[in-house]
Design a protein around this ligand. Structure first.
Ligand code: URA
Length: 184
């Protein structure tokens, strides 16, 4: 059987390779199957766990606003997370949990084939650019050798705790919008 994004999601839903799946619901990701831009967050929170959809809680509302600020809609892009299950009490995912879930993200990337990957926050950034920090790398393009560009941005939830980051996120999205225009 040919591997497609929907068939991958079906396989994923019966996967038990990460112990977080014993107590949480699977949140695979959603959006355009051939999106040229893919957003990768950290892990689902409470609302995401309840609905099975990524970025639908408070951080997701802010992400929607940021997308709107550069004339993008959720349906135009693909949104997912490194870790596909909510960690208990929203604690940070462990390195092991990230490793366990990573094959799904890699398969999603290989099927969607985005031109630009936007890691949101340091957990997602670490997978793509492990030798830098989010404060150094955010808001600018980093070309990967395979022709894909990584454009890291702070995690939208960080701005909910630290109001000073709100403007940095808007500025980074503006820079992302300009970069995307240059690709057209
Ligand atoms: N934070 C994330 O990293 N991902 C979500 O899906 C929601 C909140």
């Amino acid at each position: 059987m040919e591997l497609t994004l929907p068939s991958l999601e079906t396989q994923f839903k019966s996967w038990k390779g990460c112990p977080l799946s014993e107590k949480a619901n699977p949140v695979f990701g959603e959006g355009a199957e051939a999106a040229s831009i893919m957003f990768v967050g950290e892990a689902p929170g409470e609302q995401e766990d309840k609905t099975g959809r990524p970025f639908v809680g408070a951080a997701g509302k802010f992400l929607d606003e940021l997308l709107t600020s550069i004339n993008l809609k959720r349906e135009d892009v693909y949104i997912t997370n490194v870790v596909k299950y909510r960690p208990p009490e929203n604690r940070e995912p462990t390195d092991l949990e990230k490793e366990q879930c990573m094959p799904w993200l890699k398969l999603q990337i290989s099927l969607i084939k985005p031109r630009v990957i936007v890691p949101l926050g340091r957990h997602a950034l670490g997978h793509f650019l492990s030798k830098t920090t989010i404060s150094n790398a955010h808001g600018k393009p980093h070309k990967l050798t395979d022709g894909v560009t990584v454009f890291p941005i702070y995690h939208p939830a960080a701005a909910l705790h630290n109001g000073g980051l709100r403007q940095a996120l808007y500025d980074d999205f503006k820079a992302l919008g300009e970069f995307l225009k240059g690709l057209e």
